[in-house]
Design a protein around this ligand. Structure first.
Ligand code: NAD
Length: 698
């Protein structure tokens, strides 16, 4: 698949069409084809104007990702774009579908730009740790201004054709759905007006009267958590203000090359490919999903209401069953509030919100209302007895072939399945809170789950705009199982002398969205307490118990919801401040345990936390709970606030070197060989000189 570029004369208009399905990526063949087409246009006396269009469903989707990491082949994209821009007859980019990355840079090399309704235009390079490298950072600010350019380049988020027209990125929105027709009509218009060539490189430098560069720097320094590419983008755009076009291009090239060599780029590229790989499962490659007309949800609490919101927002009809009318009404009110927020954010219109509440959402107390749904998701209390009784009822009521899913966080899905007469139709669908916001869905496949039930779960995730990862059955599946292990490592550090505040600060500096004690406060300390109670029966005499966490729980300090947990939350704030009383409670706990506190460097905190995460990650892979290390990575990127630019915990381990992680674990084991024992898979990989990535290909 290399693609081709065609050249055609339509009266005085030359039509250059890029054809490289599926996204018209700028492969070497396309770059060469464009270069040849523009050489031909230059000497084509019958053509007075040229339009560039994309064949199929879009203009140009960007670089060819299959060329990533290979030596560059000429002609280079910057050269092709310069050649296009240098034409002495007008050039029009006629955009439909999408113009992304290098695709938008090609359009910026044209002299005029039009787009059809429904088009998206963006420069997503920062998402893989880069900046636009074919003139985008120099041309875009010259036509849309610094602020609008930085918004696009630092976020990587595409904009609509309406916004593009408003900022001046495009000149016109074409009529209808046929890009070729719209392009020809616009070219005729330009000819009638004797429109001249209008290269952006010849326009005046961008100006920064509003101080946008500094505003963006300040804003990004607060939000980036260590990611570098967006700040480098600001530097590149600064060159469009301070330097000539030619010098600015050189600066862009220098910064681009610098980013090409950073480990962040490697982390982000891994994340990019990993999130595409998670849904490619051999077990469902040729399996058709079942048809599910609508979704049933049992329980309308935190999770049930969030899942229902996600489903109705994505066009699925929902029947939600609660215990009594009051609870059903409460669930409906929560969902309505979520929809109101979606209206405020411009995700849906007010009409659509009203329509959903009137037609797509039933909140009831009678299980009988479920008799015609194809999939039911149970989200009742986390208790095996309650869940089994719900599944017994569902088993009785639902037609054969309907799928019975549980949103349990920890419980044994095999046991739930075995309590029904149709274990092959039972699966775990572990959503994350808030379920209408969080992208991750763990699809928990039990021993007897049928392949088409797994396929249906992945199809549902796609419908809901979520990233699904396959997990096997164990306590906590992939994410919560690993979480509970590194959380224990953090508790040990607290018992030995580190403060929870130092730990949180160190880990947010590392790039995590939150540290473990901030997470506790958000989730509620009652959740952790319940987990410890549940696991008490399996406790080992050498386990070290976080008595301080129980002490906080017994004081009723349950976290954000009570305004007090590890942190104190002033009315209406979500950023807590440290509490000296918590330090005292911890000091008391250390005393009772007979430990004399020592100091921890930030480096040791990171090493212990990450070693625990990676070691348990290796066990999860070895046991087949996660199919590949990349599945663990995606779970942490999407569900646990792991810094994307580090690629995930397993990628982090590869980049640091598995021998370094293993040697840390062995060192920690010298003083605690009960908690710290190297995962056999980690030892084996180190012995064989391999990394986790070598297991990602299977
Ligand atoms: P919740 O207490 O907020 O909601 C549970 C709801 O279920 C309540 O509204 C209750 O009235 C209802 N309910 C109980 N028994 C019922 C029955 N027999 N029929 C109908 N409705 C019934 O709990 P939650 O936080 O939403 O958790 C629900 C499930 O999701 C649990 O298994 C939990 O482990 C799991 N989960 C929770 C989170 C989280 O962060 N809260 C994340 C992932 C998974």
């Amino acid at each position: 698949m290399m693609g081709s570029v065609s050249y055609e004369n339509v009266g005085p208009v030359a039509v250059v069409a890029v054809d490289n399905a599926p996204v018209n990526a700028l492969s070497q063949a396309i770059r060469r084809g464009l270069s040849e087409a523009f050489a031909r246009f230059k000497s084509d006396d019958t053509a007075d104007i040229v339009v560039i269009v994309g064949a199929g469903r879009m203009f140009i989707g960007g670089a060819d990702i299959s060329e990533f990491g290979k030596p560059p082949q000429s002609p280079s994209l910057p050269d092709v774009i310069s050649q296009i821009e240098a034409c002495d007859k007008p050039v029009v980019a006629a955009i439909h579908g999408m113009a992304l990355g290098g695709g938008l840079e090609v359009a910026l090399g044209a002299h005029y730009r039009i787009a059809l309704p429904g088009t998206r235009l963006g420069l997503p390079e920062v998402k893989i740790g880069l900046i636009p490298g074919a003139g985008g950072t120099q041309r875009l600010p010259r036509i849309v201004g610094i602020d609008a350019a930085l918004r696009m380049i630092t976020s990587g988020t595409p904009i609509t054709e309406g916004d593009a027209l408003e900022t001046g990125l495009i000149d016109h929105i074409g009529d209808g759905f046929d890009i070729r027709e719209a392009a020809l009509a616009y070219a005729q218009l330009l000819l009638e007006h004797r429109a001249p060539p209008r290269p952006i490189s010849g326009m005046p430098r961008a100006t920064d009267e509003e101080g946008a560069l500094q505003n963006w720097r300040t804003k990004l320094e607060h939000s980036l958590r260590g990611e570098v590419a967006p700040l480098v983008a600001v530097e590149a755009v600064e060159a469009a203000v301070g330097k000539s076009f030619a010098e600015g291009l050189k600066e862009e090239r220098r910064l681009f090359q610098h980013l090409m060599d950073t480990p962040q780029r490697s982390g982000l590229v891994h994340a990019f490919f990993a999130e595409r790989a998670v849904s490619k499962l051999r077990e469902i490659a040729d399996v058709a999903p079942r048809d599910i007309a609508g979704v049933g949800i049992i329980g309308g609490g935190t999770m049930g209401a969030g899942i229902a919101t996600s489903a109705v927002l994505n066009g699925l009809a929902v029947t939600l069953v609660e215990r009594d009318t009051e609870a059903a009404e409460k669930a409906r009110a929560t969902i309505a509030r979520n929809l109101d927020a979606a209206v405020r954010r411009g995700k849906i219109g007010r009409d659509r919100r009203d329509e959903i509440l009137a037609d797509s959402l039933k909140t009831v107390t009678d299980y009988g209302a479920l008799s015609d749904v194809g999939l039911v998701i149970e989200a009742v209390f986390e208790s095996m007895d309650v869940k089994k009784s719900v599944f017994a009822t569902l088993d009785e009521i639902l037609p054969r072939g309907a799928i019975l899913a549980t949103n349990t966080s920890y419980l044994d899905v095999n046991e739930i399945a075995a309590s029904t007469s149709r274990p092959e139709d039972v699966i775990g669908l572990h959503f994350f809170s808030p379920a209408h916001v969080m992208k991750l869905l763990e699809v928990v496949v039990a021993d007897r789950t049928a392949p088409d039930v797994v396929a249906t779960a992945f199809a549902l995730a796609k419908r809901l705009g979520k990233t699904a990862v396959r997990a096997g059955v164990c306590d906590g599946f992939i994410g919560n199982r690993i979480l509970s292990h590194y959380r224990t490592a953090a508790d040990h550090m607290v018992l030995d002398g580190a403060s929870p505040y130092q730990i949180d600060k160190t880990l947010t500096d590392f790039g995590f969205a939150m540290g473990p004690y901030q997470v506790s406060d958000l989730a509620g300390l009652d959740i952790g307490y319940a987990t410890r109670q549940r696991k008490a029966a399996d406790a080992h005499p050498r386990d070290r118990y976080p008595v301080f966490a129980d002490a906080l729980y017994h004081k009723g300090w349950l976290g954000q919801k009570t305004g007090h947990g590890y942190y104190i939350y002033e009315e209406g704030t979500r950023a807590g401040r440290p509490d000296p009383q918590v330090d005292q409670i911890i000091a008391q706990a250390r005393k009772e345990a007979g430990t004399s506190p020592r100091t921890f460097t930030d480096d040791e905190i990171v090493r212990r936390y990450m070693a625990a995460m990676v070691n348990e990650g290796a066990r999860v892979v070895e046991e087949g709970i996660a199919q590949r290390p990349l599945d663990v990575d995606v779970v942490f990127l999407y569900g646990y606030g792991f810094p994307r630019w580090r690629g995930g915990p397993m990628k982090y381990a590869d980049m640091r070197g598995l021998d370094s992680i293993l040697s840390d674990i062995r060192t920690f084991a010298e003083t605690d060989d009960h908690f710290w024992s190297p995962a056999p898979l980690l030892e084996r990989l180190v012995a064989e000189g391999r990394n986790f990535d070598s297991l990602n290909q299977r």
